[in-house]
Design a protein around this ligand. Structure first.
Ligand code: ADP
Ligand code: MG
Length: 136
């Protein structure tokens, strides 16, 4: 039987896109059998990342994919933009650091919420990859 790859690409430009991305992440989480707490963790992480895209880069994209295999359920979300980049990643991942007058909890909080967190940033591109995983 052919594998059904679930993959969704959501443009992130305006505030309502945050809601769309957040909801899509939650729905896939639920469909794959993650519990409510996991659904909320992923949804919160996705909204923080999408919010950052709008606030600091203007626009970007959110890719949500089912990467499950025989061993575990796995959702991967990639949030990417072509904005100015983050000058000091170390500081940006520290609680309380914000260049936008925010709480500075988005990136460090997101990192704590998910099972895997990776960030790459340079002038012209920021890409955050997060994964929620759970053994079958
Ligand atoms: N996509 C992005 N592009 C450029 N800078 C970003 C991006 N996301 C986060 N940053 C930088 O990292 C800092 C920390 O982000 P975050 O932890 O979400 O806190 P806050 O949004 O409250 O400032 C931001 O203030 C900003 O300087
Ligand atoms: Mg933020």
């Amino acid at each position: 039987m052919p594998e059904l790859l679930v993959s969704e690409r959501i443009p992130v430009r305006i505030a309502t896109d945050i809601v769309i991305a957040r909801r899509a992440a939650r729905e896939l989480c639920e469909r794959l059998g993650f519990g409510k707490a996991d659904q909320t963790r992923l949804a919160t992480a996705v909204s923080e990342l999408a919010r950052n895209v709008i606030q600091y880069a203007g626009e970007g994209v959110c890719l949500i994919e089912d990467r499950s295999d025989g061993v575990s359920r796995r959702i991967r979300v990639v949030v990417e933009d072509q904005g100015p980049g983050i000058a000091d990643l170390g500081r940006a991942l520290t609680d309380g650091f914000s260049t936008g007058g925010g709480l500075g909890a988005g990136l460090p909080g997101t990192r704590r919420l998910v099972d895997e967190f990776q960030i790459e940033s340079a002038p012209g591109r920021t890409c955050v990859t997060i994964v929620m995983a759970k053994p079958f």
